[in-house]
Design a protein around this ligand. Structure first.
Ligand code: LFR
Length: 479
């Protein structure tokens, strides 16, 4: 029986290696989730470049949303849907909504020349950082679009709009083209002091300013779903459409502060919420990205390469774990191994998109005079210890810059299920890690829908309800 007061929502959450559609039911101040569709995602190489299969992604989104509608209790309706994806990737369209350029994947090495150029031009690097608060990184949309315009100048005659992937899925759902703030803030093209685009950055990268409209804030209702009859009546609500922004919104943070956030997946995103951006020379040197929260505040963070190291290393092993039991056995085997003699420096560019991650790790260790691990458990041990140290280093940099002292690390995402990684982080950071079994991105996505629907007053209220209802595990530092 549908409960009369229950609200049903769908979250579309697309990651670079897998996508999912989750059905949420909000009732009596509790959010229940049901994953109704999950599918693998990967970019494809065509010649020298790498692309997303956007048609496949949209097909999977539709399949998932139909499954969400089919999973509703009889007589119930989906009130709304929200979309989040990984950051930086985008499509170029004309006014009729037709794609005029293929969607490249951010790991395409077409940005390498621009990355070096900006990296070697101190004055420009400082100007761009002062304007956008985003450091020079190979995945930035700024570098991608700069390369697009430089290599295919005719694109400026064809394209009239640039939509980030979640903006584009929203458009396919309801026919409205809007840019959203949090995903815009990852591009290195948004003005760090306002919620509009940075004319200086657009000019620097020679990107047509008219491709963008002033970003809307999460919570904006775009209109009803028009492309899927099964979802008739459901609102398309703009959520923090950058997955990391949604994951951060879902953090059951202490209202008085003191929590460091870690969203652990393909990337390890270590950061915190702040009223102001960090823009000092030290922040630039530490590669602090001043991305935006769903409320338009700041979440300074660093992007340490994450479980991409492990996901990719597994491609070189036949015994890739498949079930939770396999994972458990692998983690147990890794726990028994001694601490690695040398750690990986996660910032090594060799780990960005290697043909073989195992070979890249082995070569990195060789340079440090250390032997390669003997088996998959050995790589698991090494990767967790290295990421744990990377997380702790990021925390130390933030403490130095802000004078803050973090009391806890709140951890969500796939990595929060890996006890070896949680413990390694607690040991290296010397503060407790609280891991939540929480689909952070989907929960943050739905939180914003609930606030827009006025079912929840604000994010602080949502976090309070969430904290009361969460499974959590505390890892205390052992050293
Ligand atoms: C995580 C993420 C990171 C972003 C990276 C590339 O999924 O969105 O926040 O830096 O992907 O876009």
């Amino acid at each position: 029986m549908p409960s009369p007061k229950a609200i049903h929502l769908a979250a579309v959450d697309l990651g670079a290696t897998s996508g999912r559609v989750i059905l949420g039911t909000w009732s009596k101040n509790k959010l229940r989730l049901k994953e109704v569709h999950r599918f693998p995602n990967q970019y494809r190489e065509l010649g020298a470049n790498t692309y997303w299969e956007v048609g496949t992604l949209w097909h999977e989104v539709q399949t998932g949303l139909r499954a969400a509608a089919a999973a509703l209790p009889r007589g119930a309706k989906l009130a709304a849907v929200g979309v989040d994806t990984w950051g930086c990737d985008h499509v170029l369209l004309n006014d009729a909504g037709r794609l005029v350029f293929p969607a490249h994947a951010y790991r395409d090495n077409r940005t390498q020349a621009g990355l070096k150029r900006l990296g070697n031009t101190r004055a420009a690097l400082e100007r761009v950082y002062a304007a956008t608060g985003i450091p020079n990184a190979f995945y930035n949309s700024s570098l991608q679009l700069e390369e697009t315009v430089a290599s295919c100048p005719a694109v400026t005659d064809l394209a009239t709009r640039c939509l980030f992937l979640p903006d584009y899925i929203n458009y396919l759902l309801c026919g409205r083209m809007e840019n959203e703030l949090t995903v815009a803030s990852t591009s290195q093209l948004l003005d760090v002091h306002s919620t509009d685009w940075s004319a200086a950055a657009l000019k620097h990268f020679r990107i047509p300013a008219q491709w963008f409209s002033k970003p809307v804030l999460p919570g904006t209702k775009l209109g009803k779903v028009t492309s899927l009859p099964e979802l008739a009546g459901a609102q398309v609500i703009v959520v923090p459409s950058h997955d990391t922004a949604s994951a951060y919104d879902a953090m059951p943070a202490a209202p008085e502060g003191g929590d460091l956030f870690l969203s652990s997946g393909t990337w390890s995103l270590v950061g915190f919420e702040n009223d102001a951006p960090l823009l000092s020379a030290e922040a630039l040197a530490a590669r602090v990205a001043n991305e935006r929260t769903g409320n338009g505040r700041y979440r300074p963070l660093t992007n340490v390469v994450g479980l991409f190291l492990l996901e990719q290393t597994m491609n070189d092993f036949k015994e890739r774990p498949k079930t939770p039991r396999d994972w458990d056995a692998l983690i147990a085997a890794a726990e028994k191994l001694p601490a690695p003699a040398a750690l990986l420096d996660p910032a090594d560019p060799a780990f960005t998109a290697p043909k073989s991650m195992k070979a890249a790790i082995d070569a990195h260790l060789k340079r440090k005079g250390a032997a390669a691990p003997k088996n998959l458990a050995g790589y698991m041990r090494l990767i967790c210890a290295s990421l744990g140290q990377g997380h702790a280093n990021a925390a130390a940099v933030f403490e130095r810059m802000t004078g803050k002292k973090f009391k806890r690390v709140l951890m969500v995402g796939g990595g929060s299920k890996n006890r070896l990684l949680c413990q390694a982080t607690a040991d290296a950071a010397k503060i407790p890690v609280i891991s939540f079994s929480l689909e952070g991105t989907a929960v943050g996505n739905m939180a914003r829908q609930l606030i827009a629907l006025r079912a929840v007053k604000d994010l602080a209220t949502f976090r309070r309800h969430l904290s009361a209802d969460l499974d959590q595990k505390t890892y205390t530092p052992r050293i």
